[in-house]
Design a protein around this ligand. Sequence first.
Ligand code: ADP
Ligand code: ZN
Ligand code: ZN
Length: 734
Amino acid sequence: MEKNIFFIEGELVGVLTTEPINRFLDYYAPIGGVSVGDFVEVNLGPRKVIGCVWSKGSGEYDSAKIKQINRVLDITPMKQEMRSFLCRVSNYTLSPLSGMLRLALRGNSLLYKPATRKVHFLSKDYKLKFVRKTVLRLQVVNYLKQQLGKSFSLKELILFTGVSRSVIKGLIDNQVLVEKTIFVDLSFPKFTIGPTRKKLSAEQLLIAKKLKLTVKNKIYTTTLLKGVTGSGKTEVYLEAVAECLNNGDQVLVLLPEIALTSTFIDRVEERFDSRPAEWHSGISKTEKNRCWKMVASGNAKLVVGARSALYLPFKNLKLIVVDEEHDSSYKQEDGILYNARDMAVLRASLNSASVILASATPSLETWVNANDGKYNRLDLTHRYGASELPKISFIDMREDALPSNKWISQKLIDAMNLNLDKGEQSLLFINRRGYAPVTMCKVCGFQVGCEKCDARMVLHNFKNKLMCHQCGESKDLVKLCPKCEASDSFDAIGPGIERLAEETSAIFPKARLAILSSDLVNTSKSVKKLIDNIINGSVDIIVGTQLVAKGHNFPLLSLVGVIDADLGLQGGDLRAAERTFQLIKQVSGRAGRANKKGLALLQTYQPDHPVMTAILTGDEEKFWSSEATQRKLAGVPPFGRMAGIVVSGADLSQVNTIATQLAIKCEPLKKINALVYGPADAPISRIRGRHRIRLLVKAAKVKDFQKALTMWIDQIKLPGNVRLTVDIDPQTFF
Ligand code: ADP
Ligand code: ZN
Ligand code: ZN
């Protein structure tokens, strides 16, 4: 049991509030006292705010001005391990602790009144009150007599007895029926945790057994579960989930994309007969409140969610699964910048819990950690059942001179035709939303850009708009070029998914097409519907973006064509090779399930690039170790520490001044031998009208990295309209 530090009435306590004040505030304990971890309401100036009792009061404030805590809220106090977790994340990401508290309380409006409903039952002395006995009234009373003390909502009573609302109201008025308000934050249903009904292969069984053991030990471990696409990673880690549930402990499964939750939930239901609790942006506020409370009370045993589910108040969390752990969407890119995969490992280490990182194409960081023995590694090397991994080959686009407005090579068209004849599905993949990335005036070369961002506007034909992918701004297509005033002179340059779909339906007019792109299907349900259509065979050709690359199983799909395999290699970022490798592997892996042999054709202009060679030869370990060597040479994560600092504001010269001051005053960083690069324009130099200047800090793997950064940044006083964000372990290295 955790030690509960208790303060009696009148003692000074330190309270952390959700207000953006980066320190603890002193209050007097209320009548009845408080404990560390209790959620409280306090007065702050004229307002009432929510806080959490964190420690003994500092005594540094004027005692005459200190107020008493208004009240202790009736919700489960924050546990010690959660407080440690929030502190650690705050220190790691250099984000204020108050922001962490807001994260931990998200979805739980603490002043919210629990959901209630009215129920009705027979009063104990109803015989005395039951004077006016009509046929209809008798019907209700007799029904309730048979139900032996059960209670019903008004709706149910009307439904079950066939009487009208007024009959029941009359009985309530006469006190024959009692009306009572009850709380209805329902617990989540229990799971059936028997053995799996699926027959696991020998390899699956072995890995499942090992995973179960790590869970059973109830000590912190992280395991990389690396399995080729279709090897049954989910089946296998569900066995570890079963073990944990069987012990009465809680499990969190993180998925990178809401679109994947529906399928996952179905699989949980298939395995355990009940559905898990959900936590992501797609669920209602009421459901979030229910989830938060049930997680805290231990009545939600299995939660499937997005990265913010890490901050739920678990009572006894013993297993965290991070599925598709390599996915870049685990990195939160606004507000508090953290990587949910790394924070999952941190959280588990504070809870003596296990982590399973599942992927067919792990992140380089995880691969290195497994290689160094920091993480366990378990491999599923075969696809489940008769299905085989797809054959992969290249189409050298240098040999295939396509006209400038066509993107599908003849070789790919031939292969697709063959597939159509066989009645099998094909997938065309392109990692670009919209119709065309560039809209340019044929006469003067003017390109339509966003007025607020350093980005070109992307033509979206379905919406008939030009859109900015940075800020979401959209505008109508104009007839006249604003620069040279030529009329109808705009031309779409380059391919996007909509354009590819257009070309596809022109080449295969009879084929049934499904287009999967995050801006065309935006709810988990609509994605699920499209996916179901693909699975049940009412689609011949799928044209998709990243959305299809992730985790789905398409049993009828036997051909994957990657339109622009080189796309991700441009730009020269150190992660480019890793990203491209993962993406192509993932997309190709969609081909060839069940008994269909799969083929992946990659259109490329650089068939000799190391990434392409690695994909072709299938020698992954060689690829990872060569990538690791390059990172080591460059001294970047996971072999060194990095932080990206972005200074932003509407006034460019002001932003420049601050960034230059930072670069000059780098004394604290010199103490840890860190190097400062920049200031330079951030990769996107303007977003929503704010200029962005970036500095990069690089250091060896020193302990005091964050401390030095803080000392460095604290030297600069920021004007109110200039913002500074720190991104530890940034996703881009330039
Ligand atoms: P991965 O996540 O490794 O791609 P999944 O766990 O999604 O693999 O499994 C791929 C497909 O194979 C799923 O449809 C799954 O139901 C099926 N499958 C895997 N293992 C088994 C098994 N032992 N018995 C029956 N079906 C299985
Ligand atoms: Zn023009
Ligand atoms: Zn914009």
